[in-house]
Design a protein around this ligand. Sequence first.
Ligand SMILES: [Mn+2]
Length: 329
Amino acid sequence: METTNRNLEAVARCIREAQTIAVVSHVNPDGDTLGSATAMRMILEALGKDVTLFCDGKIPDQLSFLPGAELFRVPMGDEGPFDLMLAVDVSDEKRLGSAAGLKAKSRQTAQIDHHSTNPQYMNVNSVDGKAPANCILIRELMDILKVPVTTYIAICLYTGISTDTGNFAFGSTNAEAFRIMSDLMEHDLPLAKLNRILFRVKSREQIRLLGKALDSLRFCGEDDRIAVMTLTQKDFEACGALSEHADTIVNYAMDTQHTDMAMMARESHDGKIKFSLRAREPFRVDDIAGQFGGGGHPQASGITMDGTLEECLIKVLRVMEASIASGNQ
Ligand SMILES: [Mn+2]
């Protein structure tokens, strides 16, 4: 196991020397950054520290079950001073959002993160790009600080580890994740209940919208290897759904057997047409999105266009077909 760059002893030293501690999650918070921060609050309070949780953004409803989720504050500029500012799962300084201002008001600054691109923007940096979730590092820190796992802490750590590994399905999932899970299970982790909240429950509007999208599913291109879904503004209205409810529906199209690329094209409330594109490796869609002024990752990209749904769809579809025909890779 590669732990040499974790440097968690140094973070533990900062914690021991501090009394008032600001723990910071990243903007657009996810399960890992919020699980890390809410676990850290209980760990630090077990050591008798005064903890304030910060996040420049709304805590998603789906994660409001995390113990202490209601304690997060949006930094307004009038807080502090603090003995220590500790960022968790924040890959670069920009993702601190308005919490970046806390740096100047903290005697010491430290971070725990697992993004290999992290530019080490704090005084003390514990960054392990190989860890599949930041909560893995928090669990190791607990051993150094000699704070025992409780059921509440287990709930936070499980949330981070399960969400960042795609429910233990991504290639990054490793033996250490399962070793830690085994230990969390020993502490009465309510696995089935949390799994349902994190990975299965959807709003009625979302499920209705999914039905419309599945109805629209068709297969195009040579050998029908491109899966296409569409949603009109009428569909959204009929379901009482919001644009964001369509965000991950394209994955259903992508999961269809014999599909190399998938797209979801939808009419946005601002009159534009939005595309979510997906590709199965070695195919890629970031260059296709780029041709229409969009962008993203090789296997997941997006485009916003002007025009009618059908005309935009045909334009993007033609480029996708050509891309698959040319071997794309
Ligand atoms: Mn993370």
